[in-house]
Design a binder for this molecule. Structure first.
Ligand SMILES: Cc1cc2nc3c(=O)[nH]c(=O)nc-3n(C[C@H](O)[C@H](O)[C@H](O)COP(=O)(O)O)c2cc1C
Length: 265
């Protein structure tokens, strides 16, 4: 065979393709577990950030283990599931919002009227977190997700043990435009949520995100958040996400149970 023959050229090209595809496949398989572990750690970091417990220098897994308690709850009743109710698919260790929502048995479809957050399906159960200080619940941290302009945004909202005041907000997954909708991750915007009232004394949801700036002199300022300039569609999505998850199809029954428990002493 001549060294510049067509067969040789094709043969070399095929050999290069084969070697490259093997390399890509091997690295994809090898990196998958690392990527999944990084995603898990990023979620833990976001839970800590929402709960005001994130410290760059500390080991996040140790802080999480020490300070955070998780509970699997039934959204329809607000009751915590006991360990006997855990299964291979449904347990705090394996819980995955997307998998649970898609599951025929463990997920449920939302009717158009109920689906204010634009998420189609939700899990029947959710994994919620609390920050425990000296044996007492200090904050609860609730996973929430809702449709933005381009993507479904996944995050956590922390609420004080008064069950009214927001203590933190984070997003760990979204596909909104950097600099526009992506500003939902901006630390100063997120910080502006801390201390805002989500519920009034009658447990009515009062939190709203304005288009523009909050007037500090307004009587409603304590429950209003500045809109993100140039990203009204994403911020509408965040507001709808809050409305859905704090409502009757979200954490409404769970919050009602917590309010009853705290008023009974
Ligand atoms: C390429 C491109 C990307 C955009 N990305 C977003 C986005 O992520 N979130 C958003 O709310 N608006 C985004 N917008 C702007 C929206 O179309 C819309 O103008 C904006 O939400 C209105 O907000 P405003 O009334 O505060 O200007 C984008 C626009 C363009 C052209």
């Amino acid at each position: 065979m001549q060294s510049d023959s067509i067969q040789k050229t094709v043969g070399v090209a095929l050999a290069v393709c084969l070697v490259c595809s093997v390399l890509v496949s091997v690295s994809a398989v090898y990196l998958q577990s690392i990527q999944e572990e990084n995603k898990r750690l990023d979620k833990i970091k976001n839970i800590l950030m929402a709960g005001g417990l994130y410290d760059k220098k500390a080991d996040i897994q140790s802080v999480f283990k020490e300070k955070i308690t998780s509970a699997l709850i039934d959204l329809s009743t607000g009751d915590e599931l006991s360990e006997e109710q855990f299964t291979a698919k449904l347990s705090p260790e394996t819980f995955d919002i997307k998998e649970m929502a898609a599951d025929k048995v463990l997920g449920q479809a939302l009717g158009a009227e109920d689906d204010i957050a634009g998420i189609n399906r939700i899990p029947k159960n959710m994994l919620v977190y609390s920050v425990v200080e000296n044996g007492v619940i200090d904050k609860i941290i609730l996973p929430m997700h809702g449709k933005g302009l381009w993507s479904t945004m996944y995050g956590f909202v922390a609420m004080s043990n008064d069950l009214k005041t927001i203590k933190g907000l984070t997003f760990y997954e979204h596909g909104e435009t950097p600099g526009l909708g992506g500003e939902i991750e901006n630390p100063s915007w997120r910080a502006s949520w801390t201390g805002k009232l989500a519920f009034d004394d009658q447990a009515q949801l009062v939190l709203e995100i304005l288009k523009g700036k909050v007037n500090p002199a307004s009587a409603k300022a304590s429950s209003q958040i500045d809109g993100l300039a140039g990203a009204t569609l994403t911020t509408r999505g965040v507001e709808k996400m809050i409305k859905f998850w704090f409502g009757k199809n979200g954490y409404g029954p769970f919050l009602k149970k917590l309010r009853e428990a705290s008023s009974n002493g």
